[in-house]
Write a protein that binds this ligand. Sequence first.
Ligand code: SF4
Length: 166
Amino acid sequence: MTTISLRADCANCSALCCMALAFDRSSLFAIDKPAGEPCPNLDACGQCRVHDQRADLGFGGCIAFDCRGAGQRATDLFRAEGGWMKNPALIGPISRVFSDLLRVHDYLSLLEQVEAFDLSPGERDTLAELRMVLERDDASHAEVKAAQGQIDTFLKSLRSHVEAKR
Ligand code: SF4
């Protein structure tokens, strides 16, 4: 079981999905928005002005999106520096960390599902080692990338467990 929360906690996030991600005008988003620019619906306190009308106004993509806890984790890492709203120089760095953490939290969620398999002791050790890298806040981009490659290989090696679950 990971010690990192994989549940989005918007109250403790700095609206990173409303700023760091790009939107393409589509059935999910009413507007185009580049990455790193705050959504025009975001107010100065980091609240969505149209929160209750998002579906009606064409922002269903916001409702469907789940950062799996990456938002509050990235926010925490930059809290001491005042956050991107007070310090726009942080927009680039926090966006890059958030983008990495989105992938990391997807992988942690996959590993959480693997936990339910009837793993051998060796497989459990591998699972713990791989998870440890993803849980470290000081892991470098290169370390995380390498761990993701190893996780892909590890997940492929568990095919027999997946078939046994069917
Ligand atoms: S519509 Fe609201 S929830 Fe969606 S990105 Fe804009 S501010 Fe955030």
